[in-house]
Design a protein around this ligand. Structure first.
Ligand SMILES: C[S@@+](CC[C@H](N)C(=O)[O-])C[C@H]1O[C@@H](n2cnc3c(N)ncnc32)[C@H](O)[C@@H]1O
Length: 512
């Protein structure tokens, strides 16, 4: 598993082509505003450990930011560079390690430095290098976003991971490859469960986790559990790490974490209110919700906004609904149990956001048109809808027009790649400055539509022409559809539904 440059990081199995909206500058801006902090300007943005680079490519196309990214895996850096080149989009992508990057003296001052899913899986030495990058290259007022596995959530599973890695290290052979070593390690630990090891009996939730691991994608499992380094952390320790870079906690980029009513009982909320110290308070909150994963924004210089300033800035912000409104469930599972979303608030709000072909709407307009709903209620609903992935803050109209042609080029290239595989499931929206999930089949429909317009049945036929060559078969209700007729019929249904339900929203988002 170990090469000279990879420091025990799994590099035999490439990382998935994921997109993470918490990395988007527009979402971070709203998260900070909603928590009452002044967000940074959108200038130079550095993504650390950018993986296959899809988030960096999308942000390079869809935002006004000057995007820089590094990932020490050259295959992954190459993937991002090729995508950018083929779409004729400018960004700086390197295969440098954090240590190499920290030593560079030609970097700009970044307004944003971000890393999704890296902090937990690297050594203390590399964490020190990241802090060094933050210290030297984040501008005053700049935002640092880092996500990481958190304690106490991961506490009981630490030993499960230890046992699986120990088996892979001492009993795995190179001939097994990483996937084989992982399969053998999982089977070995499964034997411990079957032979009634007291550890598993004491921690039934770990047995559940093992079941999930057995069914999960091996790419994900390799990167989540089998790196040499894996260090879930309490929030207080994380905050101590960032202190030398003069960084202070400002907000969670996971908006549901900002809504106390979903996470904490009344008693817990009262205790948190009494806790003045921000580090103690956040740590306490993690105990109440048994936090597994935090998505934190720290600022180099926290400027608290007055309520009036905060409301003014929020009022000017536009929001785009991304999901057909009638399909949004009005209840959700949360740490406090099942919560119903108040129909008297959500139905008029969603109707209003959908009514003009889902065009983004300013918060001031929402307020004016919903006089019976208070600002705190509207703000809370928007936070929840963003947290659930149904809404995203939109960029200013001028920015949307400035970046539109870049997103068209990137999306065309991603849709072309969908002819070969389904690795990339996101397209870039100039309207929200972020990625939008669009599955491979939908990308093929968009490709067909851009090449010969036509009706849904033409898109279905074109998609089938591509899929058939690769012996790809669709599934319906868990059953593989074998005959061409069945596949074409299913594609017709999918294309018709896509044209009726999704296409208009994607058009408004500038994705189609
Ligand atoms: C779990 S992946 C996350 C990738 C990406 N941020 C995402 O969420 O899709 C962590 C990434 O960090 C990169 N990485 C790990 N250690 C690194 C180092 N010392 N310098 C640069 N990149 C590193 C790995 O190659 C890997 O792609």
């Amino acid at each position: 598993m170990d090469d000279a440059w990879n420091e025990g990081y799994v590099t035999e199995i490439g990382y998935t082509h994921g997109y993470y909206r918490e990395l988007s500058p527009s979402l971070q801006r709203f998260a900070l505003l909603a928590a009452g902090y002044a967000p940074p300007d959108e200038g130079a943005y550095l993504e650390l450990g950018s993986g296959q680079g899809l988030s960096a490519c999308i942000h390079a196309a869809a935002t006004p930011c000057d995007i820089w990214a590094t990932d020490f895996n050259p295959g992954q850096a190459l993937n991002a560079r090729q995508l950018l080149k083929s779409a004729d989009i400018e960004a700086q992508v390197f295969d440098q390690s954090f240590a190499e990057l920290a030593q560079r003296d030609d970097l700009p001052k970044f307004t944003h430095i971000a890393g999704h899913g890296i902090w937990t899986w690297i050594s203390d030495t590399n964490r020190t290098q990241i802090v060094d990058v933050l210290q030297r290259h984040l501008t005053v007022g700049g935002a640092a976003y880092l996500s990481y596995n958190t304690l106490p959530g991961w506490g009981s599973a630490l030993s499960l991971r230890h046992m699986m890695c120990l088996h892979a290290e001492v009993a795995g052979t190179q001939a097994d490859g990483v996937s084989g070593q992982i399969d053998n390690a999982i089977a070995y630990v499964q034997k411990l469960v079957q032979t009634d090891a007291l550890y598993f009996r004491t921690h039934p939730e770990v047995v559940e986790r093992l079941k999930q691991i057995q069914g999960a994608d091996r790419y994900y499992i390799a990167h989540e559990y089998f790196n040499r380094n894996w260090q879930p952390m309490h929030f207080a320790d994380f905050a101590k790490w960032l202190a030398p870079a003069k960084l202070e906690f400002a907000a969670s980029a996971h908006l549901l974490d900002q809504v106390d009513e979903l996470n904490l009982s009344n008693e817990a909320q009262a205790l948190l209110k009494e806790t003045g110290h921000v580090v103690l308070r956040e740590n306490l909150r993690d105990f109440y919700v048994n936090q597994f994963f935090r998505r934190d924004i720290f600022l180099r210089g926290c400027r608290k906004l007055s309520a009036l300033e905060q409301y003014e800035l929020l009022d000017q912000t536009r929001f785009a609904l991304q999901t057909p409104w009638a399909s949004i469930p009005l209840k959700m599972e949360c740490p406090v149990g099942e919560v119903g979303l108040q129909e008297a608030v959500y139905i008029p709000l969603l109707e209003l956001m959908a009514h003009d072909a889902y065009r983004p709407i300013r918060l001031s307009e929402l307020r004016a048109k919903l006089p019976k709903i208070s600002m705190p209620q509207i703000l809370q609903s928007i936070k929840i809808l963003i947290g659930l992935g149904h809404v995203h803050p939109a960029q200013d109209e001028k920015v949307v027009e400035a970046v539109r042609s870049r997103t068209v080029r990137l999306n065309r290239e991603i849709c072309r790649r969908a002819r070969f595989n389904g690795e990339t499931m996101f397209l870039a929206s100039p309207v929200i400055g972020a990625g939008v999930m669009v599955q491979r089949i939908e990308q093929l429909f968009l490709l067909a539509r851009s090449e010969h317009e036509g009706k849904p049945e033409n898109w279905a036929r074109t998609a089938w022409g591509i899929l058939e060559q690769q012996a790809y078969r669709l599934k319906k209700e868990g059953r593989r559809l074998e005959s061409p007729e069945e596949n074409i019929a299913e594609l017709n249904l999918l294309a018709t539904a896509f044209a009726a339900e999704r296409l208009a929203i994607l058009q408004t988002l500038g994705v189609a």
